[in-house]
Ligand binder design. Sequence first.
Ligand code: CP
Length: 316
Amino acid sequence: MCSPARELKFPHRHLLGIEGLSPVDIAILLDLSEAAIEVSRQVEKKRSTLRGRTLINLFFEASTRTQSSFELAGKRLGADVMNMSVATSSVKKGETLIDTAMTLNAMRPDIIVVRHAQAGAVHLLAKKVDCSVVNAGDGAHEHPTQALLDALTIRRNKGAISGLVVAICGDILHSRVARSNILLLSALGARVRAVGPSTLLPAGIERMGVEVFRDMQAGLEGADIVMMLRLQRERMQGGFIPSPREYFRFFGLDEAKLKLAKPDALVMHPGPMNRGVEIDSSVADGSQSRIREQVEMGVAVRMAVLEALAQHLPNG
Ligand code: CP
């Protein structure tokens, strides 16, 4: 891949979160992603950036998009990719995260991509291994590559991110996607709104610099981007919503609510979607939706991240 951003060195050995990245770091990754899109749209997609390198996908939680796009990204850059099957691993026999990490580390991987249900688990693992580590989502903490692919999608559709009004709607309390997006979009100058019922808004969310709306109609008014979030029922203990039907009535995105946003507003969703719970199919599949484009951008962003981290590998 080649782009002007290649001239700038990404200064981090790991990608553990958007927190700690400067706007220049983010721009380097987005510019590298543009070059990766070109590669992915060609018949011949194979590059040699990571030839001879080993990438391990270590996913302790389910994933479709993130795991498969890291696998494709690694393979397109020439790496040997191993998808560690946690369900059939010694984790099931009681092995700890650190023992698993140290075992894999002894096999001399170059990059480990980790998803874990506990916030902070990926940071802990990064301290124990010799290779680069990428956070593919840790609990409700961060999901940096999702925020990067969202920013790339927005930048390509709107030309720039600064000054845009982005309404992030739904289950913000349990969402690592929301947290990473708030950090990234704010760093690039967007006006970010957090829209949801009181029960699904974290205490003190205002301190992240967002405008808070407990009424969805008000939160959508004049928005350039409507980013819907999945209701994360697997992280909920207790009654956060009266019922999915009631939730959809007040906080589900349908055509009537979307009309409150700007006429050219984009609809986004990180997936997986719960149709009829947080988003209506007519909107998810409608002309303003960029949900499938987000998936394509996911491969490009992950190629960019791997390429940026490769600069720090021995002989990189
Ligand atoms: N957006 C996202 O993280 O999707 P997966 O859980 O399918 O990876």
